[in-house]
Design a protein. Structure first.
Length: 76
């Protein structure tokens, strides 16, 4: 099983699309919602990101909803 985390916010359309993609492919993930958790927001900034979604798949970072890169990293 691939380790997947996704940094999101409540108002991000691309975040919703990324989560829908993961769900539709039965990929389990941990959601880090920066709208609800200031520690998650700080962690995102500490990684050098100022935009979302950021998806981390087995340690590889994907900025935005990059469908091809996500599929490649997930082996889909």
């Amino acid at each position: 099983m691939k380790a997947v985390e996704i940094y999101t916010s409540d108002s991000c359309i691309q975040c919703i699309k990324a989560k829908e993609f993961l769900k539709s492919n039965n990929v389990e993930y941990i959601e880090r919602n920066i709208s609800k958790n200031s520690q998650d927001r700080r962690a995102l900034i500490d990684m050098g990101y100022m935009s979302i979604p950021v998806t981390i798949i087995n340690g590889q970072h994907v900025l935005g909803f990059d469908l091809n890169r996500m599929k490649n990293l997930l082996g889909i």
